[in-house]
Design a protein around this ligand. Structure first.
Ligand code: TRP
Length: 326
């Protein structure tokens, strides 16, 4: 089980950090993937824009290879059992630990005028998303590890108080190191909120992709053989490793080591390889967002699968708590 907050369109970091793993998991596990629209409300977004983002992120999930017939792909607010379980789990969450959560402190700093209770209990809602399906594996990045640990704590307390209902969920990835997708300005990784020109979106058109890459930071080149690479250069090689052929990468690595690399050529090549990678995803996303009927069907099918799993869990939860009076 995993979720993506629809705070904007998806970028290359979302693809390699999350979606690619989802697609791989759908062949091996019983999967629930969700667009976390309720979580987004904690920051009071313009809901007209939110509506557009939800549909778009849903389409991007499919365009990246998720098959709505094989997984439950749904929108969080379509599964009201989420809110019900959130209420029960709120009784397992303590004020002190919620206030100490890194993401809460960060958000409280960013929006001091809107430190609402939903923001405080964000990790409880996330725990509800996960254990609603009694899920065990949660494909997420490093930034979500604290939330996962909190989910395990809520679950342990629930099980201890009312009896074993939930397995303990944990972060999951495919063994390899978590892939970080470097931003084009050499400062950290691609992200929705940082420098827009340093992030490649799955919706960028061909010329935008080429021009963002063309403008990526370089320098006058190495001066000594096999010199260590500065961050912004190793970032470009990092991106190449994601989308370019092996012999292409090898050629530029060798050129670098021999101090004959031409960054203009490298960026041109990377631009073309990136276009070849992103264009089909963008085109498929566009086709899906324009097909209202299909998108509606997908969301309904996903909601129905998720609700039937959720209702099974909620029966167990209410029995365990003792809310079955007759
Ligand atoms: N908090 C996650 C994020 O910001 C999104 C999310 C919501 C999520 N519910 C989830 C992730 C359940 C995994 C499982 O990225």
């Amino acid at each position: 089980m995993s979720g993506i907050r629809p705070t904007g369109y998806l970028h290359l970091g979302n693809y390699f950090g999350a979606l690619r793993n989802y697609v791989r998991m759908q062949d091996e596990y019983d999967c629930y993937f969700m667009v976390a629209d309720l979580h987004s409300l904690t920051t009071h977004p313009d809901t007209k824009e939110l509506r557009n983002h939800v549909r778009h992120v849903m389409a991007e999930n499919i365009a990246c290879g998720l098959d709505p017939d094989r997984v439950a792909l749904y929108c969080q607010s379509h599964v009201p059992e989420t809110a019900e379980l959130y209420l029960f789990l709120n009784m397992m969450a303590y004020m002190g630990e919620l206030e100490k959560t890194t993401t809460f402190k960060e958000k409280a700093r960013q929006q001091p005028e809107n430190i609402n209770a939903g923001l405080l209990t964000y990790p409880v809602l996330q725990a509800a998303d996960i254990v609603l399906h009694r899920a065990t594996l949660v494909p997420v990045g490093k930034d979500q590890e604290q939330h996962l640990e909190m989910a395990r704590n809520f679950v342990k307390r629930f099980n201890h108080r009312y009896g074993e209902v939930f397995p303990e969920p944990r972060a999951f990835n495919y063994g390899e190191e978590l892939v970080k997708v470097p931003s084009l300005d050499g400062a950290g990784k691609m992200s929705k909120s940082e420098n827009q020109f340093a992030t490649l979106y799955l919706t960028d058109d061909d010329d935008t992709i080429r021009s963002k890459i063309k403008k990526a930071k370089t320098d006058s080149g190495p001066t000594e053989p096999s010199q260590p690479k500065p961050d912004y250069i190793s970032g470009l090689f990092g991106l190449m490793k994601l989308v370019s052929a092996e012999d292409t990468i090898r050629k530029f690595e060798e050129d670098y080591d021999r101090c004959v690399i031409r960054y203009g050529d490298m960026k041109k090549q990377l631009g073309e390889d990136m276009v070849r990678f992103i264009a089909p995803i963008r085109e498929k996303t566009e086709a899906i967002t324009h097909d209202e009927k299909y998108l509606k069907e997908v969301m309904e099918k996903g909601a129905s699968k998720a609700r039937s799993s959720a209702q099974g869990t909620m029966r167990l939860v209410k029995e365990a708590i003792g809310l079955n009076y007759f």
